[in-house]
Design a protein around this ligand. Structure first.
Ligand SMILES: Cc1ncc(COP(=O)(O)O)c(C=O)c1O
Length: 337
């Protein structure tokens, strides 16, 4: 098959293909009715601690360089994995990186503001600006962008999560990579489950399915918005735009499966399901999840299995989208007082 992705500017950052492993000990721990379980290790993409943003950033940085930018500007929460990986990608591409971070998560752990991803942003040399709580974010952005322009910077802006059509190309490509791995193992009728937030990962996977109908059905676990309809609408639009960019047909409305009930009180606020899932995976498979995304995504997968949504003969793949550095920002959740 011709490489449709070769038509887009791309800066190599990721170690690909990422491994696909079986989780036999987790399956055994879940009891005799548990489905067959695999894990796609996008936490092992290799850039700056790994994670799903590496695949998006290959296309984002490629586009920024093609446009002649010298500075990448992005945004996210204080513990954003996307911000940390953008800082690493910018360093690898010789670009400056400005992170405009939002103090938006109502979590008060002692290490939240200085450890985990925030620590790594500084180590990667990013210029970090924090929007004070209650400040006008649009005005803050205008000031930062105005300042950069006055300094002569050629900026390229990508929004939270890098969830643009350009970023989503990375996950359309990942879908093809995973489908090839599943076919090589002779696995059919597979379900793919992952944590969904700004939506670019899910949109890219769904667009990828329009290219590879032999691939798995995609289930997003909402770890971000309390407003399901808004989140679904955003993913639907981005999946359609990504498919169009790739010259593919528009995905059908029922291709977008978004499971609710796992955000908890709010985005970034720990849940018991998350801490249980993180410790279970660590102690059965030696794999580290994260407190904001994959821990809640895995909690969703375990709850759907417990509810009988998947049967013993089914095969599930959990897409590990990374985020492990976030554990250090939430350390009180995992250590005995
Ligand atoms: C570790 C991790 N998993 C999953 C996601 C969700 O990806 P997306 O924002 O593309 O929905 C993110 C995004 O921030 C993330 O950092």
């Amino acid at each position: 098959m011709a490489d449709v992705f070769a038509a887009f500017p791309r800066f190599p950052l990721a170690h690909l293909p990422t491994p696909l492993g079986e989780m036999k000990r987790l399956r055994a721990a879940l009891g005799p009715d548990a489905p067959r379980l695999f894990i796609k290790r996008d936490d092992c993409t290799g850039l700056g601690g790994g994670g799903n943003k590496t695949r998006k950033l290959e296309f984002i940085v490629g586009e920024a360089l093609a446009e002649g930018a010298d500075t990448i500007v992005t945004t996210g929460a204080l513990q954003s994995n996307h911000a940390r990986q953008t800082a690493a990608a910018a360093a690898a591409a010789g670009l400056k990186c400005v992170l405009v971070l939002m103090d938006m998560v109502p979590y008060q752990g002692a290490a939240y503001r200085r450890s985990g991803n925030r620590l790594l942003d500084d180590i990667f040399g990013a210029d970090v600006r924090i929007i004070p709580k209650g400040a006008d974010a649009t005005a803050f952005f205008k000031t930062v962008l105005g300042e950069l322009k006055a300094q002569g910077a050629k900026t390229y802006f990508t929004p939270a999560g890098g969830s643009t059509v350009t970023g989503s190309l990375g996950y359309a490509n990942a879908y093809a990579e995973l489908t090839d791995q599943l076919n090589a193992l002779g696995l059919k009728d597979v379900r793919l489950i992952h944590a969904s937030s700004s939506g670019g990962t899910q949109a890219g996977l769904i667009a990828g399915r329009m290219m590879r109908p032999d691939g798995p059905v995609v289930f997003g676990v909402n770890v971000y918005r309390l407003d399901h309809d808004k989140m679904r609408a955003d993913i639907t639009r981005l999946a359609a735009e990504t498919a169009t960019r790739l010259g593919l047909a528009t995905p059908a409305a029922d291709d977008i499966v978004l499971e609710d009930g796992f955000v908890g009180e709010a985005y970034g606020v720990p849940t018991k399901g998350m801490t249980d899932a993180v410790t279970l995976l660590a102690r059965t498979e030696g794999i580290l999840l994260d407190p904001v995304y994959t821990g809640k995504g895995m909690a969703g997968m375990l709850a759907l299995i417990a509810a009988g949504r998947f049967k013993r003969d089914d095969t599930l793949v959990f897409l590990h989208t990374g985020g492990m550095p976030g554990l250090f920002a939430y350390q009180e959740e995992f250590v005995a007082p």
